[in-house]
Design a protein around this ligand. Structure first.
Ligand code: CTP
Length: 416
């Protein structure tokens, strides 16, 4: 593949017309303002890789907020401004573009968010994670499409390499460790030899990052096509155990994630299902550590706890002669993803069959009679109604009553 120096044709071919028109207009507006604007970040990388990406990030050598305001003026859209970061997001129709004043970053200590100062595009590229993400495309009219590639990102793309820009990169921001593993597996790249050494050297720096930021990285991983590949690699390089010391990847997860994908077709598995499988073999105590370290939101935390709750009942669920009503009561009230995680992860085919029976059939069963019917039949309102309905439900689950008449006879016997 010959070296590319101008990407105007690629922009034209790979981006939707509306965005191409927008980028050209952005260049013209910025020239009129005496400023400069560049396409930066993942979209530049993906243009060179011929991959679709419409997440447009612009770096402005100038006032990004005023510029964004000017661009949204003749569009029917919305603008969101973050004055403290000098950034703006504009959204119109189905498009969304992030704009930021180009900046320099400095880290007061590892793991904290950086202090930022407006600066040149050069500094803006230097603050980035990997060479393949540290390129820009000039949008200014006289040099539209010119590739700016100070760290030979294009060469690394050709060789399939992930290379940091300087040796303190993972110390400054160790979320880059997880980002590196994610890109490596997604793009089928390799960490360049020195970068790999630095990553392993700095792996303990992951502990300097807040749980919220690590959770975000994990969510990004679980959104990948094959998250298990990233987690497996993280297991080998010692990053997985930083999420929880008890986590290890011995190939078990790959198999389960594959099943999760099959079961979720035609959709992607929900992230909480992947998360529950990741945490499946943790003890109650380890699971709680995992939940609080990552500050998992309530629904995800519930799925993980429920998944563990069901796992603790698997021996009983694996009994061949278990009654359907018992299965129902063992599983009733647990979140659907927790139930699915146990269908996928349980070693017992019988338990698995019983959980499926609950999920496909038993959970939807109800008695034909309701409270009003019982009152009409002469049962006085009160707790007895609930007791009888529960007995009717059990009898229906176990196939002891089939018709409305069966149920009425049962009520007659129970109230006699
Ligand atoms: N970036 C960085 N270090 C980080 C996060 C982001 O240097 N810890 C830079 C990279 O240049 C990256 C850009 O900010 O390309 C945008 O970040 P993000 O949207 O997270 O990444 P993308 O490259 O767009 O990756 P993806 O395709 O996964 O969205």
């Amino acid at each position: 593949m010959p070296e590319v120096t101008n990407l105007a044709d690629k922009i034209e071919k790979q981006l939707p017309n509306e965005l191409v028109g927008f980028l050209k207009q952005a260049g013209e507006v910025t020239a009129g303002r005496g400023e400069a604007v560049y396409l930066v970040g993942g979209v530049v990388r993906d243009l060179l890789l011929d991959k679709t990406n419409i997440d447009i990030d612009l770096a402005v050598e100038g006032d990004a907020i005023a510029f964004a305001r000017e661009l949204i003026r003749d569009r029917d859209g919305k603008i969101t401004i973050h004055r403290q970061f000098n950034t703006a997001k504009i959204v119109w129709h189905e498009w969304s573009v992030d704009l930021a004043t180009s900046r320099r970053e400095s880290y007061s200590r590892p793991g904290v968010l950086p202090t930022v100062k407006p600066s040149s595009l050069d500094d803006d590229l230097f603050r980035r994670d990997f060479t393949i993400n540290a390129m820009a495309i000039d949008l200014n009219p006289h040099s539209y499409g010119r590739l700016i590639d100070p760290y030979s990102g294009q060469k690394d793309i050709k060789q399939g390499l992930l290379r940091v820009l300087h040796e303190k990169s993972f110390i400054d921001d160790s979320t880059r460790i997880w980002r590196g593993l994610r890109y490596e597996q997604r793009l089928d790249f390799r960490l360049e030899a020195d970068t790999l050494i630095l990553l392993q050297r700095d792996i303990s720096m992951l502990d300097s990052i807040s749980g919220d930021r690590i959770r975000y990285e994990l969510e990004c991983i679980l959104d990948e096509e094959l998250p298990e590949k990233v987690l497996q690699r993280a297991g080998k390089l010692g990053a997985l155990e930083r999420l929880n010391p008890a986590l290890e990847d011995d190939g078990w997860l790959a198999d389960k994630y594959n099943n999760a994908r099959q079961m979720s077709l035609p959709h992607k598995p929900p992230p909480d299902l992947y998360m529950a499988l990741l945490a499946y073999n943790l003890t109650d105590k380890e699971r709680e550590q995992f939940i609080s370290y990552l500050r998992l939101p309530k629904p995800a935390a519930r799925t993980l706890r429920d998944s563990g709750g069901i796992r603790a009942k698997l021996t009983e669920l694996a009994a061949a002669a278990i009654k359907p009503s018992r299965i129902y009561h063992l599983l009733h009230g647990y979140s659907p993803q927790a139930i699915t995680s146990n269908i996928i992860a349980s070693d017992s085919p019988i338990a698995c069959r019983n959980i499926k029976l609950y999920s496909d059939k038993l959970q939807h069963i109800k008695p034909l009679l309701n409270g009003n019917d019982l009152i009409k039949m002469g049962i006085p309102p009160g707790p007895r109604i609930k007791e009888i309905l529960n007995k009717l439900l059990d009898a229906r689950l176990d196939g002891e009553v089939k018709t409305r008449q069966d149920e009425e006879e049962m009520v007659g016997e129970l109230s006699a």
